[in-house]
Design a binder for this molecule. Structure first.
Ligand SMILES: Nc1nc2c(ncn2[C@@H]2O[C@H](COP(=O)(O)OP(=O)(O)O)[C@@H](O)[C@H]2O)c(=O)[nH]1
Ligand SMILES: [Mg+2]
Length: 245
């Protein structure tokens, strides 16, 4: 390989610290920064997206509404059967072929333990879904699962993007919604720090989602954000015209 030309850039102390923290994880700085910018390798055709999280968080519903155009209200009135094992689907979204792995929440211990390779292996994007209305009740379990999911990711799919969907925001009273969501995000971040996942605090992407009524837009936008870096069409649309090749 020829020696690539290198340039220097100035970054803030905070960013430099993050880059250093990531070096300890063994990922090359270039790859880390590309991942941060959401620029994916172009040489892969199928992107593997893993839905993981506690039972009844809404994983299968999100998959079905976004990729299969199922009616959100119908899935609230008449919910899907609980998922068993890992169900694999292939969908097309714009020019992206998405291999979607929908994992059973009841078996989450398995996906975070002995069968982590089966669940996380070759993932490009992980979507950890939690039911925000159950956060207080199951806080310790949810936080533990999230830390373990991050550990599995580092071990099995270190380059994957990690997204956290704080889902079912419709179940929180609108007057306190924003405040409550930022409170939960703070609790999660504090927990990550306490468990030596400081770099993940910045790498994690949070989304507030729901399929209920107009809030469906929140879900569509969030899924689009997860997928857009894999789409040449979307990337082209976002690059200023003068810079296009
Ligand atoms: N209120 C509300 N309920 C939802 C939402 N998304 C999913 N649900 C319901 O949550 C339950 C569990 O959904 P499911 O997709 O099977 O969860 P999974 O176990 O994570 O796959 C079902 O009764 C869904 O109708 C949402 O945004 N808001
Ligand atoms: Mg399911």
């Amino acid at each position: 390989m020829t020696e690539e030309e290198k340039v220097s850039i100035e970054v803030s102390k905070k960013v430099a610290e993050l880059i250093d923290a990531n070096k300890e994880e063994g990922e090359p700085t270039d790859a880390f920064l590309m991942r941060m910018l959401g620029i994916a390798n172009e040489d892969e055709s199928i992107r593997r997206i893993l839905f993981i999280g506690p039972p009844a968080a809404g994983k299968s519903t999100i998959r079905s509404v976004f990729f299969e155009d199922s009616s959100p209200q119908t899935l609230i009135d008449d919910p899907l059967e609980p998922t068993r094992g890992i169900e694999n689907y292939t969908y097309n979204w714009l020019d992206v072929s998405a291999g979607v792995a929908d994992s059973a929440g009841q078996e989450i211990e398995r996906w975070l333990g002995l069968d982590q390779e089966q669940a996380f292996g070759e993932s490009d994007s992980i979507i950890f879904v939690m039911d925000i209305s159950q956060f207080d009740k199951f806080k310790d379990q949810i936080l533990e699962d999230l830390i373990e999911a991050l550990n599995s990711k580092s071990l099995v799919a270190p380059k994957a993007q990690f997204n956290v969907f704080l889902h079912k925001i419709d179940l929180i009273d609108e007057d306190i919604r924003e405040e409550r969501l930022s409170e939960i995000k703070t609790i999660i971040n504090t927990n990550l720090k306490e468990h030596d996942h400081k770099a993940d605090m910045i790498l994690l992407k949070y989304y507030y989602t729901s399929i209920k009524g107009e809030l469906i837009l929140s879900l569509v936008k969030s899924m689009r954000s997860v997928l857009y870096s894999y789409s040449k069409i979307m990337r082209r649309a976002l690059i200023p015209y003068s810079m296009r090749l």
